[in-house]
Ligand binder design. Structure first.
Ligand SMILES: *[C@@H]1O[C@H](CO)[C@@H](O)[C@H](O)[C@H]1NC(C)=O
Ligand SMILES: *[C@@H]1O[C@H](CO)[C@@H](O)[C@H](O)[C@H]1NC(C)=O
Ligand SMILES: *[C@@H]1O[C@H](CO)[C@@H](O)[C@H](O)[C@H]1NC(C)=O
Length: 160
């Protein structure tokens, strides 16, 4: 085997051990505070949280089914005001990506909920990515933080 292929195999091996994120998840009332000490942007020590929240009207159920390449976080039927969230750390060789399928009423969507991109991570305040389902669509909470040129208390970006 020549060294070119040896290098490729080594690369694939490293990717394989690096990618599996450590995940713990829960269904609970929405988190009120942000208690992690993620002071400066992000590092491999940062614990990331993704939240999916039912903010629908009239007692509607939000079905949430999230996955990564390696993990299926299961199907969760959320009642109004309840969230499903999970946490994980980034991996050295990247590839940390989660996506969700959500449905309510006649609305269905499958979309990425976490990826490594500066603009996106900024919206997560380098800590918590908060996806909210409302009657008129899915929103990502855009958390203002110290790097913003001007601050808004809460800013919501409708994504879908
Ligand atoms: C964003 O994170 C900082 C800590 O890095 C925290 O002080 C601040 O309250 C957070 N902003 C929001 C809106 O949660
Ligand atoms: C964090 O990101 C901002 C803007 O992207 C940058 O100006 C700042 O230097 C970064 N801080 C650190 C500690 O990396
Ligand atoms: C969630 O709701 C769907 C559709 O309403 C149903 O098929 C499924 O069994 C429910 N799953 C759980 C875990 O309750």
């Amino acid at each position: 085997m020549n060294s070119f292929y040896k290098n490729i195999l080594l690369f694939i091996f490293i990717q394989a051990i690096a990618i599996a994120p450590l995940i713990t998840s829960s269904s609970s009332e929405p988190t009120k505070g942000y208690d992690d000490n993620n002071n400066d942007n992000f590092s491999l020590r940062t614990t990331w949280h993704v939240h999916t929240v039912n903010d629908l009207s009239n007692g509607k159920i939000l079905l949430v089914h999230c996955k990564s390449k390696d993990d299926d976080l299961g199907i969760h039927n959320l009642t109004v005001g309840v969230e499903f969230s999970w946490k994980f750390k980034l991996q050295i060789f990247g590839g940390t990506l989660f996506w969700c399928y959500m449905t309510y009423d006649n609305f269905h969507a499958a979309f990425n909920v976490f990826w490594v991109n500066e603009v996106f991570l900024h919206k997560c305040n380098y800590s918590d990515c908060i996806w909210i389902a409302r009657d008129d669509g899915i929103y990502l909470r855009n958390i203002p933080n110290k790097y913003d040129e001007y601050r808004h208390d809460w800013e919501w970006g409708r994504l879908l």
